[in-house]
Design a protein around this ligand. Structure first.
Ligand code: C2O
Ligand code: CU
Ligand code: CU
Length: 456
């Protein structure tokens, strides 16, 4: 059982707590500036074993970074790793120079060097941050963290829980097994064998009874796709990838790598009630963590769940939009390419091109060059027998069509394409720069399913 005090450490300060008669704001920081390091840290993931992890500020879970919508966020980053890195702020529509992509938007941050990230978050919601270099290793060994952008006008939840999903590939003694195996990289991705939720195996989070609780679920794993359900218990879907949705009951929500789901739970009036959260595989419900009620908030019943205010994303003009087509393919067992002694597997392509690894400054051509301010429709075709969470940096797009399901158009930064699915996304190209466009299964991206677009 995670006690309140520990939960605060995991989750950072909660935003606002409404108690009967008054409202108490718990903000531990006068501003939202952070000093962030990436460093080698022994982690205690398996009992009795020390895992040679990589961690932000020497902690796993990483510090939760909290920003305020529309306000600048300043992060002083120090690279204490023995290899180069950059930090990317996933889902934030920021200045291109702050996007944290090596060679494309900044020079790699060398060991011992620092970089100041400074940007404003126009959208509120659940985001995350991670390196964009040596990603299989740096993310796989622990460098993933939650970035919460609080609404300019925060909705009144009684409590909040951060469910950070990340699996590990560990031997019994805590050391890492190989984080990638080519035969899995060429398929669904190499899965971990030890599952953690906010750094703990199968944790239970204390939440008040008789309360409205916001649960922020983040898939920060390298490879694993989740299907989130609360089983018999009721929950309301509030947002996907930080973008509010019309409130709807949660049944099972697919959550690809990199994706986030915000749900609202109205807890029962009694203390000691367990509300499990599951990953659904066919008919099997695997528990990943639980909420457990503590003493109730004194009132007759919680008010209706607050709705989240929408984010200021521009509506694409579908009648004027230009359509561009992208085909995601499996390149099969192509011979590994050897570049200066490194072996690069190229298993996947976008429009018949693979970009495996970002090891040098010599960038390939962009996949598309867009005009600033224009609307675009991207038609995506997944010509592979695997699902791919396709992510676009620096923009929020609207999913408008799929040949696999009925779509009520919604905004997002990642679309989970099923095998053989054709879908359409649309957006206004309103953020200038060079923006990565890739599958978020880290090994897929590292073996070809990666490119970028330009907007100017
Ligand atoms: Cu989480 Cu290139 O992104
Ligand atoms: Cu991103
Ligand atoms: Cu993929």
């Amino acid at each position: 059982m995670i006690k309140r005090r520990q939960l605060l450490q995991f989750a950072g300060a909660t935003t606002a707590m409404t108690l009967p008669g008054f409202s108490l704001s718990l903000s531990r920081r006068p501003d939202y500036d952070y000093v962030l390091t990436a460093e080698t840290t022994p982690l205690n993931i398996v009992p009795g074993g020390a895992t040679p992890g990589l961690a932000f500020n020497g902690q796993f879970p990483a510090p939760v970074i909290r920003a305020k919508q529309g306000k600048p966020l300043r992060i002083h980053f120090i690279n204490k790793l023995s290899q180069e890195t950059t930090i990317h702020w996933h889902g934030i529509r920021l200045d291109n120079a702050m996007d944290g992509v090596p060679y494309l938007t900044q020079a790699p941050i060398k060991p011992g060097e620092t970089f100041d990230y400074e940007f404003t978050c126009p959208d509120a919601g659940t985001f995350w941050y991670h390196p964009h270099m040596h990603s299989i290793e740096q993310l796989g060994k622990g460098l993933v963290g939650a970035l919460i952008v609080e609404e300019a006008d925060p909705p009144a939840f009684d409590d909040e829980v951060i469910v950070g999903l990340k699996d590990w590939r560990l031997k019994k003694d805590g050391n890492f097994m190989p984080l990638s195996e080519p035969r899995h990289a060429a398929r669904a991705g190499t899965l971990g064998n030890i599952a953690t939720v906010s750094g703990t195996r199968l944790p239970t989070f204390s939440v008040p009874a008789n309360a409205n609780v916001r649960v922020r679920i983040l898939n920060m794993d390298n490879s694993r796709q989740f299907a989130i359900s609360l089983g018999e218990n009721k929950a309301t879907v509030l947002a996907l990838d930080a973008m509010p949705l019309p409130p709807q009951p949660l049944s099972v929500q697919a959550l690809g790598v990199g994706m986030r789901l915000d749900i609202g739970v109205r807890t029962p009036a009694e203390a000691g009630v367990e509300i499990p959260i599951y990953d659904v595989k066919g008919r099997f419900h695997q528990k990943i963590c639980s909420l457990r009620t503590t003493s109730p908030i004194r009132r007759s019943s919680p008010p209706p769940l607050p709705a989240l205010p929408s984010n200021p994303v521009s509506e694409p003009d579908l009648t004027a939009a230009e359509t561009l087509r992208f085909v995601f393919e499996w390149a099969g067992a192509m011979t590994p390419v050897s570049k200066s002694g490194h072996v690069h597997h190229e298993f996947w392509t976008i429009n018949r091109r693979a970009w495996a690894g970002m090891h040098t400054a010599d960038l390939p051509e962009p996949l598309a060059e867009l005009s600033l301010g224009k609307s675009y429709i991207f038609e995506l075709f997944n010509a592979t027998p695997h699902g791919h969470p396709i992510h676009l940096h620096g923009l929020i797009f609207k999913v408008i069509k799929s040949d696999r399901r009925d779509i009520t158009p919604f905004f997002t930064d990642t679309i989970l394409l099923e095998k053989n699915e054709r879908a359409q996304i649309a957006f206004v190209a309103d953020n200038p720069g060079k923006w990565m466009y890739h599958c978020h299964v880290i090994e897929h991206m590292k073996t070809g399913l990666m490119g970028y677009i330009t907007i100017s």
